[in-house]
Design a protein around this ligand. Structure first.
Ligand code: NAP
Length: 308
């Protein structure tokens, strides 16, 4: 079978750290081109400053991976779908819920694959956590996602703009795990969003969710953490405590801890290839819906200005 010729659009941190190595390591794909306004691309691979330029002058491609900030993703995705390409959307799949729904319909209409990728769902501990929790009664959940924005997002102005999500940019990864491992749907009860005086998006948030059986779920997000960082989810159940730490990489059950190799992006590309070969799409917007609810219902507090 011929490899799927793919273009990476938006050559920034995540494209270089994860997408390019994952594509290079998967025989189902061949990197046909890159697109990025300022980045120089990859030696020996056709590079273009815009998707328009790739479509007009570049090599033929079957698929694109959109690794741009979310605010520009919809227009690029529609353009690619209208050219018959399959589309991999980095998380979050869009800047609004309605544009994600519109994209899903468009993909169905043109018969292309649309994949809303949630990389944290492919962390090693997540699938076994989901299987273990399927058999349990959930009593409560606590999520602590505390990291240093200066370390993880240096100089990323888009992340503070409307649609950039602020601290929900990492926080949505926790929600992508939560909505995948819990047996029941989750909804938001209350939220407090702390927004720096000079920014449009929150630097911290405190949120109370519950599941449809009433189990309380507390989420503590903070981008001002220095020292040890936390990406932990603790679930209390009728059979003891489950803990997912390191963003889902380490699973601790009452019987002990398991830690496996990080295979998030190889897992995402294996899934994308399967979806394309099977003529299917996968667009789950549940994590983005919870973030939208926090913005809809959240109480906003202005806090100290943030400077990079
Ligand atoms: P980033 O370093 O700012 O990279 C984004 C790149 O997109 C920029 O380098 C920019 O390229 C390019 N771009 C902007 N507008 C474009 C357009 N219209 N057409 C083509 N390229 C365009 O951001 P990032 O950290 O890689 O994050 C990108 C996305 O991945 C975000 O949605 C983020 O949530 C997600 N993500 C990030 C991480 C992470 O650890 N950083 C992890 C998982 C997922 P130029 O520099 O060439 O202008």
């Amino acid at each position: 079978m011929d490899p799927i010729r793919i273009a990476v659009v938006g050559v920034g941190k995540i494209a270089r750290d994860q997408h390019l190595p994952a594509i290079a390591g998967n025989k189902a794909f061949s990197l046909a081109a890159t697109v990025s306004p300022h980045d120089a691309g990859v030696e020996g691979v056709s590079h273009h400053k815009s998707l328009d330029e790739l479509i007009e002058n570049g090599p033929a491609v079957d698929a694109v991976a959109l690794c741009t900030p979310p605010q520009v993703r919809y227009d690029l995705a529609v353009q690619a779908l209208n050219k018959g390409m399959h589309v991999f959307l980095e998380k979050p799949p869009g800047a609004t819920l309605s544009e994600c729904v519109a994209l899903s319909s468009r993909a169905e209409k043109v018969g292309s694959t649309l994949f809303a990728a949630w990389h944290s769902r492919f962390a090693a501990g997540v699938a076994p956590a989901r299987a273990w929790l399927a058999e349990r009664r959930i009593e409560s959940v606590k999520i602590v996602w505390r990291e240093d924005v200066r370390v993880w997002h240096p100089g990323q102005a888009w992340i503070w703009e409307p649609g950039g999500l602020g601290v929900f940019d990492p926080g949505i990864n926790a929600l992508s795990i939560l909505t995948h491992i819990l047996p029941r749907p989750v909804f938001l009860k209350t939220a407090t969003l702390e927004i720096p005086a000079n920014r449009a998006a929150p630097i911290a948030a405190d949120i109370q969710f519950c599941d449809t059986a009433g189990a309380p779920i507390h989420m503590d997000l903070d981008w001002r953490q220095t020292g040890p960082q936390s990406w932990d989810i603790v679930v209390e159940t009728d059979a003891g405590t489950l803990k997912l730490s390191n963003g889902g990489a380490v699973l601790t059950l009452p019987t002990g801890a398991e830690h496996s190799e990080d295979l998030e992006y190889p897992g995402l590309y294996a899934r994308f290839a399967n979806l394309i070969r099977g003529g299917r799409s996968d667009v789950d917007i549940a994590p983005l819906r919870l973030v939208a609810d926090a913005f809809l219902r959240g109480n906003r507090q202005t806090v100290e200005a943030f400077h990079d």
